[in-house]
Design a protein around this ligand. Sequence first.
Ligand code: ADP
Length: 474
Amino acid sequence: MRVLFAASEAEPFASTGGLADVAGSLPSALCSKGHDVRVVIPLYSQINQEYRNSMQFICSFSVKLGWRYQYCGIFSAVYKNVTFYFIDNKYYFERQRIYGEYDDAERFAFFSKAILELMAHIDFFPDILHTNDWQTALAGIYLKQKYHVRPEYAKIKLVQTIHNIEYQGKYGFELFSDLFELDPPDYEIVEFNGDINLLKGSIVCSDRITTVSPRYADEIKLPEYSYSLDPILNRFYFKLCGILNGIDQNYYDPNSGQDIFAAYSANNTFGKLLNKKSFQFDFSLPERTEIPLIAVISRLVQPKGIDLIIYVIDELLKRDIQFVLLGSGNHAYEEYFHSLEYRHRDKVRCIIGYNKKLSKKIYAASDIFLMPSVSEPCGLSQMIAARYGSIPIVHETGGLFNSIKSYNKFTGEGNGFSFYACNAHDMKHVINEALDIFIYRKDEWKQLMYNAMTSDFSWNKSSEAYIELYHEIM
Ligand code: ADP
């Protein structure tokens, strides 16, 4: 099977979130199963020189966007056995940041068009074009509405993945023909509530729509979660399915000892105590391994459920616990956590920033990982935490629901704790229950750690699900 995976970011080249993790690991999982899967991303200025050195120039051509004719260079590099293509245009991709520019519509319209032109220039016409989020949605619309009449493109099937439905690519109709080069028959495809909505257009055009967890696939059919796209998803419910993301289990492996103080495994967790002690020492917290250490590693934004934590944290801190937070985002939240640390110097550390290596140290040092997201398409942090034996406490939503099963004291099953209603006191109740097990029922906690650390969060099962889905439409 030949697949072209089109994404606006991919690990390890350029990353702002979960999409990059998926684009960096799913294709290599598919390749290892014998398929020819290639990835295409923009050549951002943020991509390190180290990676640029391994790139090869393939060709260049010009891409037509309305009245514009823009240079498009193609570079390629092989990473983890996957061929990556990089779309080069300095005007569009040499910017301070990856998204959030005034002309994102034009930048990603160019990228989308370049993806289709690329196929002809490298003579790679895949069986499947797999687009991701709104930034590549237009590539799918072009494929089905424009390029399909050409024999080489006619058989290509389209899969669109929604990583987060909040971002839809909404623009005014002034861009309809001038920039997007769409024609009157395309109006009904892309129009939604009076605007152009690129994600909606791709949902209409695609052969299958996937999202990043089965639960989220159900949730986005409801107005509470859909950011108003629920009528469209209900209309095309037969195309929609949810496949849980995996994590790179080699990168996140406590047994490798990489980036943490001491290695440990599910069968021998002694090293975890050393990680906790070293962390307490480094951050000047009392060095007591018997104290439960609760961690939060998150973007500090409303959907991550930060308000629930704020609501009960002072009450929780009356118990003999330690609390560490690593995150950045909303300024008001950052200020709040600064003040929390100030008020509880002996128990709390709040590190404002983004630090991948430190995050691994915290996963390894902590006993409990708190992730009360209001909504969560998939979530990777809870899986990483479980892998490091930091027991996740999650709100039952999206991928949190699909990956974390609440501990059952009668059967010993489960790899974390969860609460049903998005309510701070329900969360506090579950945290207290977890703390009691940690303090008073040590054997049960050991079992829980074993269950969490041996949970299968690899790409193996999920990549099989994608292969099955591709086969269904071919
Ligand atoms: P989202 O993509 O919505 O931010 P996920 O749980 O899917 O949430 O992925 C978050 C990823 O980013 C995880 O790998 C997590 O460890 C990492 N992360 C989040 N905040 C930070 C931070 N401040 N420093 C380092 N890593 C972080």
